[in-house]
Ligand binder design. Structure first.
Ligand code: MN
Length: 320
């Protein structure tokens, strides 16, 4: 069993439980209760599950949407700080087993940049996780330049986690089974990442680092098509001096969260490069044993397996 580091592993802070409850409104009570228990545990089951799967370290992040759905921006800023202080306390109790991604109130980009800096420089966190759009605002928009400037200066990655779009996609009308994790979140999150590419965010901030789950939300599969449409329809420009695939490969890394299938893994490694793909589970929403077996048993070159399981995360998150 190879040693693993996992990057999309969630928790709940007591103050943020009311923001999380609506996300389990439609699922059976027993499942919701299990998730709540697992998200709030730091000392028991979580560590046992990690040990059984060979996960030496989990980078913990708040289960979304957290404060990003808060209407009162001032309250969002305060609640994010309290969630980060809570996480730092838990990490301090198990410093070799846990790291952390900051939770940020993107309603106030300057406050989010300041909080990211506090979490990285004072609380020892490895970056931040952002749960999709914030009241319809996407991270490529000019008000977030202050945020990317700070993330680039701190040299930490931003994990773009799926979340609901502000307005439901018309194409899903009458097809509730396609909502959320089945398909809707893939479309929304891939679109968000592509906005950063096509708006020139990675041209303006060449050192910005984005992480996507689910083996890249289909992006590795579509690299050639993004480039070919750009060449045929638009050409290069001031805001995009290179083809889309250049920025996707340079600025984006992927995790295997919620994707335990060898074919898309091969596509991701071939398309993005062996240094850009990292193991993750998405605990407690995905089954850790399934993710472990996928990482341990998929036929892979052993040097590549070591990169995917822990080496790439250690380098990107500066864990060694
Ligand atoms: Mn997740």
């Amino acid at each position: 069993m190879i040693r693993k580091i996992a990057l999309e592993e969630h928790f709940l802070a007591p103050d943020l439980i009311p923001h999380w409850e609506p996300t389990v409104a439609g699922i059976p009570d027993a499942v919701a209760a299990r998730l709540r228990r697992q998200l709030c545990d730091f000392d028991g089951e979580r560590l046992e599950v990690m040990d059984k799967a060979g996960i030496s370290k989990s980078i913990l992040s708040l289960a979304g949407p957290g404060v990003q759905d808060e209407k009162d921006a001032g309250k969002a800023v305060r609640l994010a700080q309290s969630a980060n202080d809570f996480l730092a306390t838990q990490i301090a109790r198990h410093p070799t087993r846990y790291g952390g991604f900051a939770h940020l109130a993107m309603q106030n980009p300057t406050a989010a940049a300041d909080e990211l800096e506090r979490c990285v420089t004072q609380l020892g966190m490895q970056g931040a996780m952002i749960d999709g759009q914030t009241h319809g605002q996407y991270l490529d928009e000019p008000q977030f330049h202050v945020f990317w400037e700070r993330a680039q200066a701190l040299d930490v990655p931003i994990y773009l986690h799926p979340a609901d779009p502000e307005v439901a996609y018309a194409g899903l009308r009458g097809q509730p089974k396609l909502k959320r994790a089945t398909w809707e979140w893939t479309v929304e999150t891939a679109t968000h990442a592509l906005r950063l590419v096509f708006a020139g965010t990675f041209e303006k901030f060449p050192g910005a680092k984005l992480i996507l789950g689910h083996l890249g939300e289909t992006l590795p599969y579509l690299l050639w098509r993004f480039d070919s449409r750009t060449q045929i329809l638009y050409g290069l420009s001031e805001e995009m001096r290179h083809l889309p695939s250049f920025y996707i490969k340079r600025n984006i890394s992927l995790t295997t969260s919620g994707m335990c299938s060898p074919e898309p893994l091969r596509c991701a490694v071939d398309g993005m490069g062996a240094d850009s793909v990292m193991f993750s589970v998405d605990y407690p929403f995905e089954d850790t044993e399934t993710a472990r077996a996928f990482m341990d048993d998929t036929v892979l070159d052993e040097a590549l397996r070591a990169k995917l399981a822990h080496g790439n995360a250690e380098r990107l998150l500066k864990l060694v």
